[in-house]
Ligand binder design. Sequence first.
Ligand code: BGC
Length: 730
Amino acid sequence: MMDVQVQKIDALIGEMTLEEKIGQLQQCGPSLVGAFEVSFEELLDMMFDGRISQEEFGRLMSTAEKDFHEDNLRAGKIGSYNGVGDALTANRLQKIAVEESRLGIPLLFGYDVIHGFRTVTPIPLAESCAWDPELWQRTARMAAEEATAAGIHMTFAPMVDVAKDARWGRVSEGAGEDTLLNGDYGAAKVRGFQGEDLSQADAMAACLKHFAAYGAGEAGKDYNRVDMSEQRLWEEYLPAYKACIDAGARAVMPAFNDLNGVPCTVNEWLLRDVLRDEWGFDGITVSDANAIAECVNHGVVADRQAAAKEALRAGIDMDMTSNVYAENLAGLIEAGEIAEELLDQAVYRILKLKIELGLFENPYQTNEDKEKRTLVKREYRALAREVATKSMVLLKNESILPLNPQQKIAVFGALANDPGQMTGAWAIGAQENDCFSLAQAMDAQGIRYAYHPGIVDGSVATDEIEKAVASADVVILAIGEQKEESGEAASKADISLPAIQLELAEMLIQTGKPVVAVLFNGRPLAIPTVAEQVPAILEAWHPGIEAGNAILDILYGVVNPSAKLTTTFPFATGQCPLYYDHISTGRPGGKSKFTSKYLDTPLEPVYPFGYGLSYTTFSYSDLQVETTDDVVRLAVTVTNSGARAGEEIVQCYVQDKVAKRARPVKQLKAYKKVLLQPGESITMGFAVLFEKLGYYDRKMDYTLEVGAFTFFVGGNSRDTLSETTYLSFG
Ligand code: BGC
């Protein structure tokens, strides 16, 4: 930051009243007002607990209008809004801030741009299966271009919560179970969102979340406690956030959960010692929605006033929508309960971000015309389709795919014909009429097919199905989860498919026609029966607006699938959390009785981390491991042993064989995607720095321990070549 800007901020702070300072910390969520007397949240609860019907809820919502609390804005009591996603409203509010408030400080608009804004791309869990940082960056750039055209300055993304428990609904929002992938994914997103220069009109600040370890909530239950060793926190969870900070993320959102008993929102160790002092972060922190107030529910503060005090002290700059700062900070400062200097520091950081975003010079960075020209451009659609094809994982294929255009198709399952479901969780800027379902894409591409939802009023429609199947060569079955079944507050105690979907699948298999299952879901599912009995399975996830076209690209072989799972698929929910980089027990699971396993499920997952098929095959040979200076260099020959060109994601894992603390059986250290022509071979090289091979010892010192390390290279975490070498670290 240039001296003149620092002076400008200092001068501005010097002019501000206490109220105006507190106003900068206030992020307002517009409240909904309508023909109802309770808050929107209460109304939602009323629908959930059955006090009002869904229809009644819908009717009341149709009367709702947003109240932006303009009087407070005029009085300098609002510094930011959450959830304003259109240029007209943004500019209207900005005009009030700039022209009608005493100091004319521009507003900062934050929004959840999680996987695309209007051009919704696959859910992050899906996109991570592309193992492709360049692609992740491109889709984030597209999202930023669209969102900024709609008036947004900051996105509450990326989420880089390593998620090892498929019961947690928010596994859909991150890059899966691995630390390295989450970090790479997050860093690429930060670069894409923020662009080269944050002051450009199409650059959007990235607010990484949820700091920290939100994905490790006990039993996969949302908002639940996280209790873990500091060693594990630093080795498996913190590196992904750190990667985003290193990539330049300008904002951080602390997590809802407590970490070893202290809610992240008031966790001074996390927000000051680690984030600011150790990592040197100088951007802003924004609480999660209502999270400061919720510290009262955590039972770590007695009331909202104490919550405000503890949050500011711990290092929360901006209060997202709980109003706790607005209500309490002035009183606390006047009573000498908290130093005004802490408030000034928070205000300083928020104003600095506004300067970095160019808002003082150019508070109106868009207009309705620009917005209209930008949203869902033709090239954005093309990218949405490309990324969707690169995110879909071919899980099984007994010579059924790709289909040929001569085959007669019957399609079953409501998810094949429901465009609004294709966006998945957290796509609040989405519009249903932008989306293509599978059936719509077949219509648009002139593919003839018979369609039936398969399940009507809770029963399998046997007669209609038999009729439709009779004249078909191949059956496509769309099954999985509705978009509401993953995302926030969508944890599940059972991640298998509903019995009725299994019944439909079994009925179709019994017809003897080849069945292709297309799965739509926001988390790994426990699908042992489908995996065993259905001959072809495509994991489509929730693929975004180009869902239908992308699925057809894969099913008809226009695109050869290349994605690989970034999350393990268990046999049964009871295995959760199930993940590849577990550490060894004293009794590793095996056939004999007294080993670490379950009596009623196999030891291995249905599909392991890193797994995914192609229409070609790849073979691996000749793994070489060499050590020079401070690097381990690996070389392996990868051959396309099949009949068509394809991309393979080559993965490199390591195990520290003996260390004073038990180490993971395998840990991803590097990966690369390579395109190979039929018959082509390539020698691929990987470099793993010694410094990446250490761990935190009992005293929390990062240690490189001399000894044997096994390196594994392969096309998934299970099927690998391996080589053990002795490392002495120079
Ligand atoms: C979620 C955040 C989100 C915020 C703002 C919260 O409920 O946990 O991830 O960014 O809402 O909408």
